[in-house]
Design a protein around this ligand. Structure first.
Ligand code: BES
Ligand code: ZN
Ligand code: ZN
Length: 497
């Protein structure tokens, strides 16, 4: 996919011209659009001023007008959805190129963020996972080039916009990388292959990767990761990813931790709910997001020191599988009574969170498809956030959530919940009671943190059973855009430093 700014609008049956129309743009079209195009349009400007109206203006000229409503109330998300409509229509019309004309861009107060949306959308929208189809070529989308028409549009020709555009392209690509990793089937994507792919990405994008193998993990006594791995034939891995630019804005690193359960059968406490195992290749979505985010950070050379930690294994009921009633000793020496082997994510994350301490982190963010309770609470539209971090960090994350539209809902970590994970015979147990399941999982993780920390339970939005606009069915790459928006703001906003 080639995505760029352009100063030309060509007339060609293979190119779909998309006009993004707001209440203020009709006169601009007359001024700027080359005459043959302008004439071809049957301007029902009243109709087009309305939001969500879509007018396939002429067949022969392949022009599509999309009404965005009032420019004043236009949001990044509305723009994303309109672009998705446009790219989808272009594929349906078998066009190989799309030219987008959006005169409203000129008045945006944040050209960098606007340009980020323009850069990311062709990738988000055009994504397909075709690896295992024999006739992949026939199924492939036709759109290969997207150009945004500038025509002296000052806002888009600013340095800010150029930077934002390149950031958007990197973020869009990284989101697709995360989607691919989640969609890869578990017989292909083991803990070892996940680490290998991270290593390869590190080489191409320019971040470093160290993979701790099973013997090293044993030597470190990571009891959580090793216990979960016992029922598996595949060895576990623990990958350490690092992006460290010269003169980073932060002296203490920001650490991203991702749950890498390549398949979750539930272990001996085999998943009890019918069909609940069907999508469990998604249980490494947190890991996918961390790996992809590191690659985007390196691609755009973000001026922040960032470390990614990815504990990975599958969770199976093999003959040596860990067992309900086991007491295990974690990396930080905490003893844990296992009462349900399906609550495995918190065990492997706990070791990673304790391991993070040695870096003296400024902030640690973990991402995990951790609980069904988070899905029950917020569904596929939101990420459940729990945190002990400062108000500034929290607000910055919430804002990044709104802007990327990977929205966060905060759940509390009140002291009283601690009672629910007390064990009769060990320091803590790995499940709480019947209620507040997302929170007791968060409380469990909190036990292993000793620094500012944010927990993001992405169990709902990480994997969809049906397409939702530009979020495809199956792996969505949730969290990459949220983290990148947060990190980019963090790199530039002195308030957060
Ligand atoms: N991987 C699951 C959580 C999950 C559920 C992810 C739905 C994506 C969609 C996790 O390991 C799990 O099984 N959690 C249990 C915990 C329980 C046994 C305390 C759950 O939420 O049921
Ligand atoms: Zn589980
Ligand atoms: Zn799991």
């Amino acid at each position: 996919m080639e995505v760029k700014f352009t100063n030309k609008i060509k007339k060609d049956p293979k190119i779909l011209l998309g006009l993004l129309i707001t209440d203020e743009s009709a006169p601009l079209f007359k001024e700027i659009l080359p005459k043959p195009f302008y004439k071809a349009i049957d301007w029902d400007s009243e109709l087009l001023k309305k939001e969500d109206t879509l007018q396939h203006i002429t067949d022969s000229e392949k022009i599509l007008g999309i009404g965005l409503g009032k420019l004043e109330t236009l949001t990044y998300e509305k723009l994303r959805k309109s672009l998705h409509t446009l790219f989808t229509r272009a594929n349906a019309l078998k066009c190989s190129q799309v030219t987008v004309f959006f005169p409203g861009a000129a008045t945006f107060s944040t050209p960098n963020k606007l340009a980020r949306v323009l850069g990311e959308m062709p990738f988000l929208s055009n994504y397909q996972y075709l690896k295992y189809f024999s006739n992949a070529n026939e199924k492939k989308n036709t759109v290969e080039k997207v150009s945004y028409f500038m025509d002296g549009n000052k806002s888009l020709s600013s340095e800010d916009a150029t930077t934002g555009f390149l950031e958007g392209i990197a973020i869009g690509k990284a989101t697709c990388t995360a989607r691919d990793l989640v969609n890869d089937p578990p017989n292909q994507l083991t803990a070892t292959t996940l680490a290998t792919i991270a290593t390869q990405l590190g080489k191409t994008s320019g971040f470093s990767v160290e993979v701790l193998e099973k013997t090293k993990i044993e030597a470190l006594k990571m009891g959580g990761l090793l216990s979960v791995n016992r029922g598996s034939i595949q060895p576990p891995t623990f990958s350490i990813l690092e992006w460290k630019p010269k003169n980073p804005v932060n002296t203490q690193p920001i650490i991203l931790v991702g749950k890498g359960v390549t398949f979750d059968t539930g272990g001996l406490s085999l998943k009890p709910t019918p069909n609940s195992m069907d999508s469990m290749k998604c249980d490494m979505a947190g890991a996918a997001t961390v790996i992809a985010t590191l690659s985007a950070c390196a691609e755009i050379k973000i001026p922040l020191h960032i470390i990614g930690l990815v504990p990975a294994t599958d969770n199976r009921p093999g003959e040596d599988a860990y067992t309900p009633n086991d007491v295990i000793c974690m990396y930080n020496q905490t003893t844990v009574e296992v009462l349900n082997t399906d609550a495995e994510g918190r065990l492997i994350l706990a070791d990673a969170l304790a391991y993070a301490k040695q870096y003296n982190p400024k902030l640690v963010i973990d991402l995990a498809t951790l609980t069904g309770a988070a899905v029950v609470a917020v569904g596929v539209q939101g990420i459940a956030m729990m945190t002990n971090a400062s108000k500034n960090i929290k607000e910055a994350l919430l804002k990044a959530g709104e802007e990327s539209y990977e929205r966060l809902v905060e759940l509390p970590l009140w002291d009283e919940y601690k009672e629910l994970i007390k064990s009769d015979i060990a320091d803590i147990k790995n499940i709480g009671g019947p209620y507040a399941g997302a929170i007791t999982a968060g409380k469990f993780l909190e036990h292993f943190t000793s620094y500012p920390w944010v927990h993001l339970d992405i169990a709902g939005p990480a994997y969809l059973n049906a397409q939702d606009n530009y979020r495809p069915k199956n792996g969505t790459g949730t969290g990459v855009r949220l983290l990148m928006q947060f990190l980019l703001d963090h790199a530039t906003e002195p308030r957060n430093n």
